[in-house]
Design a protein around this ligand. Structure first.
Ligand code: GMT
Length: 377
């Protein structure tokens, strides 16, 4: 089949949708396709351009007349420039707002016509999307996309029930590079940067916003500490961090918590954890849980949204209502006090990640989706 020239518009985030978009682009290039990333910052895993991988930086438009850098129009202009210069066959927009809307506007302006594939990652419809002023923009961008995909069956049903039933939506679950996220990369020197040798590590990775529910992380860890000599390791940063420190101080557990801050290579830290806790209130999928599974780390999480499509209950992890700190503490204790169970769950998680969320299958699904979009255009 002919090789394609594909534009990828994404948030250059270290984890989540930015990681998925970058890994997808790398996988497409490995298969011989030409991939053009369009974003404000070079995706950190895209070390350099090559003969099939290109990065196009969106420069903000700063005129004194305007109160903000007009990023949305700068992005639209950059899509037009790249589409026309490289004659792209398709543009893949990760997130409907603003990326898919910018692709639509660019398509109305360019002389070189192209289809748009939009991937809904969750927050664009469940959080931002429910914001009344943005609701019509979200619905319009979904409707105007040539093809729409999303990352879980839950998310597809959510879009159907809240936005647009007429638009067929394909579910392509997120995926993970099992050579990058692996238990083989556990490293005692890295572990010792986080905890003492005789402390079990409970890890939480987050952007510390309200929906990540750090309150339950702290409360369940506080209860766990009564039974297990454990240390809570927090990766990431965000608006809730200061409150978390205050809450830990009040509970007298601040000395058992390691704040690692933002780390670019979470895969260096994750394999050293004994358990991952992610009690989010909303998650269309949860890359963190899949990353933990790939690293052979059992998970304790909430049971919301797309998470039950990632976690195999009782096998790779345990799931509870987001605020059930008591049950989460109990299941973490069960895992951390039984090394055989911890190993068994870790193995089950990695096998599940390899079987259901491997890059090869998912990249092929996106390629088929692009080809259908090109035919429809
Ligand atoms: O959850 C976030 O705050 C980040 C956001 C993102 O853009 O990465 O995550 C969303 O997309 C991820 C990749 O598809 C999903 O794994 C996350 O579950 C989803 N977050 C939510 O739905 C809250």
């Amino acid at each position: 089949m002919s090789k394609m020239r594909i534009g990828i518009v994404c948030h250059p985030s270290i984890g989540g949708s930015g990681l998925v978009a970058t890994e997808l682009g790398l996988g497409l290039a490995k298969l011989g396709h030409e991939v053009h990333f369009i974003s404000s910052v070079r995706p950190f895993k895209l070390i350099e351009d090559s003969d099939r991988l290109f990065f196009h930086s969106v420069e903000a438009i700063n005129y004194p007349l305007f109160s903000d850098p007009l990023y949305t129009f700068a992005l639209t202009a950059k899509i037009i420039e790249v589409v026309e210069q490289f004659k792209l066959d398709v543009v893949h927009a990760h997130y409907s707002i603003p990326h898919s809307l910018c692709a639509y506007l660019a398509g109305e302006i360019t002389t070189h016509k192209f289809p748009t594939v939009t991937t809904i990652h969750g927050t664009d419809v469940t959080i931002v999307g429910q914001d009344k002023p943005l609701y019509p923009l979200n619905r319009f961008s979904i409707h105007k996309s040539t093809r729409v995909t999303t990352v879980s069956n839950f998310q597809r049903n959510y879009i159907y029930s809240h936005f647009d039933k007429t638009k067929p939506i394909e579910v392509i679950h997120n995926f993970i590079d099992l050579t990058v996220f692996s238990p083989e990369l556990a490293d005692i020197d890295v572990r010792r940067k986080m905890a003492k040798d005789d402390e079990k590590i409970v890890m939480h990775v987050s952007n510390f916003r309200a929906l990540k529910n750090s309150d339950t992380v702290i409360r369940s860890f506080h209860l766990l500490r009564r039974k297990v000599k454990a240390r809570l390791v927090l990766l990431g940063s965000g608006p809730d961090i200061d409150n978390i420190k205050l809450q830990c101080e009040k509970l007298g557990i601040l000395k058992y918590v390691t704040f690692m801050g933002d780390v670019t290579h979470v895969e260096h830290y994750l394999p050293n954890a004994d358990c991952m806790i992610q009690p989010s209130y909303r998650e269309s999928f949860s890359m963190v849980l899949l990353e933990a599974m790939a690293c052979g780390v059992p998970t304790v999480s909430s049971n919301v949204d797309g998470i039950p499509e990632v976690v195999d209950e009782g096998q790779s992890g345990f799931m509870f209502d987001p605020d059930d700190a008591i049950a989460m503490a109990k299941s973490m204790g069960q895992i951390l006090l039984d090394p055989e169970l911890q190993k068994q769950m870790g193995r089950a998680g990695r096998l599940r990640a390899a079987k259901l969320f491997n890059p090869e299958r998912k990249v092929e699904q996106y390629i088929a989706c692009y080809r259908e979009a090109i035919q429809d255009c």
